[in-house]
Ligand binder design. Structure first.
Ligand code: SAH
Length: 217
């Protein structure tokens, strides 16, 4: 795959679109400007649209999130260099790549084997060094906890307790909650005393976070 001048130009325009929609963190805008999003979209017929602010199919009934949503969730996470971040729903790997570009140590879980198998070599080839796990995001990664930040990129029916438990005091969890057409974006801060503070950030549209019997014990 090549990153042409045309793609680069379209990307600059996308960054301006995101800025107008309210994304103000220059580091995030810079990461989006540097990452060739079309590399993360398997159907090359869609590459000409890759820099529209839209979600696209990535196979296995899943989608690469809309760039605005990626930027918005990332902004809520307040990433600092070196943050240990757990992402639920690797999908195309694009969101994980944005977090990596911001200097985070990224751990990402995907429950669909087909996507896991496709995204792992793609990220390796692109030099995006993250730890990828095939498994159930509801359980998180107890062996690697605690995390500074946790990001859920699928529509969750509720906030999984296991994920709250795996957050450091002072940590932030960002999760779209709801089972209907749209979900409420929630930012949850774990305070030093272990209690939680919750804030809502409007409605978004995600594919559902699913349970998988294969991972249940
Ligand atoms: N962050 C992704 C968004 C992909 S869409 C990107 O940037 O492309 C959400 C992803 O969550 C899908 O790939 C879906 O398979 C995955 N998913 C759904 N339920 C899950 C679960 N319980 N555990 C882990 N991943 C899950």
């Amino acid at each position: 795959m090549i990153d042409t001048y045309r793609h680069k130009g379209q990307r600059k325009k996308l960054v301006e679109v995101l800025r107008k929609k309210g994304i103000s963190d220059e580091k995030i805008l810079n990461a989006i400007n540097e990452l060739p999003r079309h590399f993360f979209i398997p159907d090359s017929a869609l590459h000409q649209y890759a820099y529209e602010d839209q979600a696209f199919p990535i196979g296995a009934g899943q989608t690469i999130s809309q760039p605005y949503t990626v930027a918005f969730q990332t902004q809520l996470l307040e990433i600092s260099k070196g943050d240990k971040v757990l992402e639920i729903g690797t999908g195309s790997g694009y969101q994980a790549a944005v977090l990596f570009k911001l200097g985070a140590k990224v751990f990402s879980i995907e429950r669909q084997k087909a996507l896991f198998d496709k995204t792992k070599p793609l990220l390796e080839k692109m030099g995006i060094k993250i730890k990828m796990f095939f498994g159930d995001g509801y359980k998180g990664l107890p062996a690697f906890a605690p995390f500074d930040k946790i990001l859920i990129t699928a529509a969750a029916p509720y906030i999984p307790q296991d994920l709250l438990d795996q957050l450091k005091p002072g940590g932030i969890l960002v999760i779209p909650v709801g089972e209907g057409e749209t979900q409420v974006m929630k930012k949850i801060i774990k305070k030093a005393d272990g209690t939680f503070e919750e804030k809502d950030y409007g409605l978004f549209k995600f594919v559902p976070m699913l349970k998988n019997k294969a991972f249940e014990k």
